[in-house]
Design a binder for this molecule. Structure first.
Ligand SMILES: Nc1ncnc2c1ncn2[C@@H]1O[C@H](COP(=O)(O)OP(=O)(O)O)[C@@H](O)[C@H]1O
Ligand SMILES: [Mg+2]
Length: 292
């Protein structure tokens, strides 16, 4: 098989189907496998990753996420399984370590900051008093799940005492605290899709609330890609070690701030807003990798 696409869902979602069909259109062999069906067998010094149908061999494995509601045991197994596949010679898109680092919002913000990319002031801790003091100092703060997406679970506080009560509750439930200064921004942010070192398009995500995820009701509107935005998005994608990404950028009073870099971006809103199907560009890239 040339290309295997994996994700958690038993049936592929729309971006995954887009990739599947664009890859197939180019005459490559392609198969979708849910992560739950990937097993590892270690016998007599040999290791294989296989499904019920037998060993899986692929030039490229496209990983559309590691799963949503999973605990650390399942996450650990999936990461190892995909790493073994990667080490057996399959080119992982995106690379497994990059996917893991993007899933982790602490690792993401640290890596971006280290590469000189502007990010909001952020504190990550398990110390309630430390978190409380940070919330007091920052004023308006956002609390986010350290692993999260689509805006789910992100909360905004203007009152540090309310933040304190929620932080206390989060800690009791064994959640670390991810506390970020609120970036005063217009009723939108910027989403840029980067593929193979190039920004393929750009949209505003316009929203009535402070969260601008499409999943939270925001609407995508195509916008102009400036050289500055393109450079920022490509730099953020490279910093995270990704081949393709969706970069979220806030327009703060003091300039741009990168909120996060998505390693398996949903692009339904982007396709609608811009008329660009990222899968076309990604499939071209995959084709070049397979042909190498
Ligand atoms: N520090 C912040 N200041 C202002 N808005 C924010 C901040 N962090 C997140 N947001 C808003 O919430 C959205 C979701 O946050 P993000 O960090 O991208 O997490 P998710 O993985 O849930 O998409 C962002 O697109 C942005 O609109
Ligand atoms: Mg986001």
């Amino acid at each position: 098989m040339d290309v295997v696409i994996v994700a958690e869902s038993p049936t592929p979602d729309e971006p995954t189907r887009d990739i599947y069909f664009e890859v197939k259109k180019r005459g490559l062999g392609v198969r979708y496998v849910p992560l739950q069906r990937l097993s590892v067998k270690i016998y007599n010094g040999a290791t294989v990753v296989e499904t019920r149908r037998g060993p899986l061999s692929a030039s490229v494995v496209v990983i559309r996420g590691l799963g949503y509601v999973i605990d650390s045991n399942v996450l650990m197994r999936r990461i190892s399984t995909l790493r073994i596949l990667e080490q057996s010679g399959a080119v992982a898109i995106n690379p497994v370590d990059a996917l893991v680092n993007c899933r982790n919002k602490l690792e993401t913000i640290y890596t971006l900051s280290k590469h000189g990319i502007p990010v909001p002031p952020t504190v990550v801790t398990e110390d309630l008093y430390y978190g409380y003091m940070a919330a007091k100092e920052m004023g308006k703060v956002v609390l986010k799940p350290i692993q999260g997406s689509r805006g789910f679970g992100a909360m905004l506080f203007e009152d540090p005492e309310q933040a304190f009560q929620v932080m206390r509750t989060l800690l009791i439930a064994r959640n670390p605290l991810y506390i970020q200064k609120y970036v005063e921004k217009p009723n939108r942010d910027i989403r840029i899709i980067v593929i193979d070192g190039r920004a393929i398009g750009c949209m505003y995500r316009v929203s009535s609330g402070w969260k601008t995820n499409i999943a939270q009701g925001a609407v995508g509107v195509a916008c102009t890609l400036t050289p500055e935005l393109e450079e920022l998005a490509v730099k953020a994608t490279d910093a995270m070690g990704l081949v393709y990404s969706g970069v979220d950028i806030g327009e703060g009073r003091e300039g741009y701030a990168v909120f996060e870099v998505n390693a398996s971006p949903d692009w339904r809103g982007f396709k609608q807003a811009t008329g660009i199907n990222p899968a076309v560009h990604l499939a071209e890239y995959i084709q070049r990798v397979v042909k190498k």
